[in-house]
Design a protein around this ligand. Structure first.
Ligand SMILES: [Zn+2]
Length: 71
C-alpha cells in the first residue's frame, strides 16, 4: 500500500517519495511537518457494525396498574 503524507497546516497531500524529496516539510508552509496519512481502502471502511444496541422494552415487565377490581 502506498504511504501518503499530508501537511499539518494546509492539509496538502504528498506521496511518500514526494515528501521525502521535500525533506518532509511542506513547500507552502514554513515550519510545517508532513504527517503520514493512514487511509484504508474504501471497501474496508464502509458500514462498520455499531455496538449501539436498541433496548427493546420488555412487554412482560410492564404490568397494567389497573386491576379488574377497579373497573
Ligand atoms: Zn502546507
Amino acid at each position: 500500500m502506498a504511504v501518503k503524507y499530508s501537511c499539518a497546516k494546509c492539509n496538502r497531500k504528498f506521496v511518500d517519495w514526494g515528501a521525502e524529496k521535500l525533506g518532509f516539510s511542506c513547500p507552502d508552509c514554513e515550519d510545517s511537518t508532513l504527517e503520514i496519512v493512514n487511509f484504508e481502502p474504501a471497501a474496508k471502511v464502509k458500514s462498520k457494525p455499531t455496538l449501539k444496541r436498541v433496548v427493546a422494552p420488555k412487554s412482560d415487565a410492564i404490568e397494567p396498574e389497573i386491576s379488574a377490581e377497579d373497573l
